[in-house]
Design a protein around this ligand. Structure first.
Ligand code: CTP
Ligand code: MG
Length: 181
């Protein structure tokens, strides 16, 4: 695979995992997942993790995966790049894993005494990558090995912080997020 193909496949594979966090920002609100519960004086997850945001995020990521499946034959024909398709395992696993990773990061942040919205470099960017690829490793290892080659994994690790930064600044400028990270 040449560099362009590696980058395209990396973004293609990760789109169903990238979208949930952005969708959650748009549709989030209402009842927090932790129900307001605390552990040792700090919230379990905090008000930034809501049921509406979580379910909306997973649904949005799943819809994106299904849409990409529909586009794959045409896009592969046109670009000459072998684009992976998403089975039921990954349609659910990528967005659900991304949201679980994001929640695990919030859990850790609260344990570190960081308030909602605080930035923890590294954790903020890679929580969804670890969550999404980690869950897919459990539910569909053959797909992961086939779609995410070592080169694609490196591209994901390089591109994710860049895309993360760009979308968060965009969401902040649109007034969707209170902080640009
Ligand atoms: N959001 C949500 N449910 C989720 C994830 C996100 O409702 N599972 C919404 C919340 O409105 C949240 C916003 O998306 O404030 C931005 O998400 P994120 O940056 O992950 O949350 P933070 O508010 O920064 O909180 P934390 O410090 O816990 O990450
Ligand atoms: Mg945040």
């Amino acid at each position: 695979m040449d560099l362009v193909a590696v980058v395209v496949v990396a973004i293609w594979v990760m789109l169903p995992a990238y979208i949930p966090n952005n969708a959650a920002v748009v549709v989030g609100g209402g009842r927090p997942v932790d129900g307001g519960r605390t552990y040792r004086g700090a919230r379990l997850l905090g008000d930034g993790k809501t049921w509406r945001g979580t379910v909306g995020g997973v649904v949005a990521g799943g819809v994106v995966a299904i849409a990409l499946n529909a586009l794959a034959p045409g896009a592969a024909d046109w670009s000459g790049i072998d684009l992976p398709t998403f089975a039921r395992t990954t349609v659910v696993g990528l967005p659900l894993g991304a949201m679980l990773g994001d929640m695990a990061a919030s859990f850790l942040k609260r344990r570190l005494g960081r308030d909602r919205g605080a930035s923890v470099p590294g954790l903020d960017q890679y929580d969804l990558v670890v969550g999404a690829l980690g869950l897919v490793a459990v539910v569909d290892w053959p797909w992961l090995v086939d779609a995410v080659t070592p080169a694609v994994l490196v591209a994901i690790l390089v591109l994710t912080p860049i895309l993360h930064r760009a979308t968060n600044v965009g969401a902040y400028l649109l007034g969707l997020k209170e902080v640009p990270w």
